[in-house]
Write a protein that binds this ligand. Structure first.
Ligand SMILES: [Ca+2]
Ligand SMILES: [Ca+2]
Length: 384
């Protein structure tokens, strides 16, 4: 039995409501005698057909938040709950938004990260990697009119594990978490122009063994599979994950396996100036899944899937504080249950809980309820 499992089982035995209060360098204000102001609350219980929620994006035109529901937990053997998109209305109703097209070979849809483009349409990463590892993942454009989905089409083909999606101007950036090359655990970021996606045929990426010849692939790095301070994560090869831009136009991405954050800086002509490891703060932060930039506070929220935590990376220096962390739970009451993506709606940090455990994570069981949490960050202050 791995160390992580022992620790997790011990924590589980202590009760599902156990929270970690000894985080030390927490983001201010310090918890007083009352409840922690950053304790997550339950926003949405997703129901059986929203059992593995993943990506979340605010529709800037309507105020609705779209949530991707790939339902991986129940669609392994049979397509019990087809992948689809739901929405959280401004008054927090959980409503259907759109079906997602099944891949013709796998018969499955795996919506993950999403972003709205400057054309008002929603672009969705369709992760097929859990069903077929041979470059079957895609980028899907969901056409949106008056806040409603009116149709969709495939605009990019050839990803391995298409994960996060983020627009900047007329280009979309998509992370690909596995390259599956034999010599090292590479992953990276692709950039595809809107104009190129509007030519009537899907853009076809080159296979990963030719990534260096593919102009769409703008940044890569290696997951070193090191021990990020907790031995159980050794050998985790997942790489590029969440994506977000800061106010200066720098792009950040999580490295899921190594628990570090990378930064991509650009030249004025849009080409990449540098791709560097920006934050490593082991053992505090050991997993970087979805990330989201807060322009008001100049920080990036990190879903730390491993620790059931939300970390805060303060810009420009990259100092890390912990907003919230809890033990293994089923998600009841809004406690974090393998958080995968944060996103702001005003001062509310909406946190989606993936709840699809695998070895090395604090979350040990796929369990009801399937949840989306909310944390009020209005009192969050930059650490001294
Ligand atoms: Ca759960
Ligand atoms: Ca769970």
């Amino acid at each position: 039995m791995k160390t992580s499992l022992v620790v997790s089982l011990m924590l589980a035995a202590m009760g599902s409501a156990v929270v970690f209060t000894g985080c030390g360098d927490k983001a201010g204000p310090a918890p007083g005698a009352g409840a922690d102001p950053f304790q997550p609350k339950l926003l949405i219980a997703c129901g059986d057909d929203g059992n593995t929620p993943d990506g979340v994006r605010l529709n800037p035109k309507t105020g609705d938040m779209i949530v991707a529901c790939p339902n991986f937990n129940t669609n392994g053997k049979e397509n019990k709950h087809p992948g689809k998109l739901m929405k959280i209305t401004r008054d927090n109703q959980w409503e259907f938004f759109a079906d997602m097209p099944a891949h013709p070979e796998t018969g499955r849809a795996g919506p993950m990260g999403m972003d709205f483009g400057p054309d008002g349409n929603l672009y969705v990463a369709d992760n097929q990697y859990f069903y077929n590892k041979e470059h079957k993942s895609r980028l899907i454009r969901v056409r949106v009119q008056d806040g409603k989905a009116i149709g969709c089409e495939v605009v990019v083909e050839g990803f391995k594990l298409a994960n996060a999606v983020m627009f900047k101007g007329n280009a979309v950036f998509v992370s690909d978490t596995f390259f599956d090359l034999p010599d090292k655990a590479l992953s990276g970021i692709y950039r595809i122009g809107l104009e190129e996606m509007n030519q009537g045929q899907p853009v076809k990426l080159l296979p990963k063994d030719q990534f260096a010849q593919d102009a769409h692939c703008i940044a890569t790095w290696e997951t070193l599979c090191q021990d990020p301070g907790v031995a159980h994560r050794q050998g985790e090869k997942a790489g590029a994950d969440g994506l977000t831009f800061d106010a200066e136009g720098n792009l950040y991405s999580g490295n899921f396996g190594d628990g570090v954050m990378h930064k991509v800086a650009f030249k004025p002509d849009g080409s990449v100036a540098a791709c560097t490891q920006f934050v490593k703060d082991w053992p505090r932060m050991t997993c970087v899944d979805g990330i989201f930039y807060d322009a008001k506070r100049n920080c990036i929220y990190v879903a730390d899937s491993e620790k059931n935590a939300i970390q805060v990376v303060w810009l420009p220096e990259g100092k890390v504080t912990t907003l919230w962390e809890n033990a293994d739970t089923d998600g009841s009451g809004g406690l974090l249950d393998q958080p995968c993506e944060p996103a702001l709606r005003g001062d509310e940090l909406i946190v989606v809980n993936f709840d699809m455990p695998f070895p090395g994570l604090r979350n040990t069981a796929f369990d009801k309820p399937y949840t989306i949490s909310v944390i009020n960050v209005s009192g969050l202050e930059r650490p001294k």
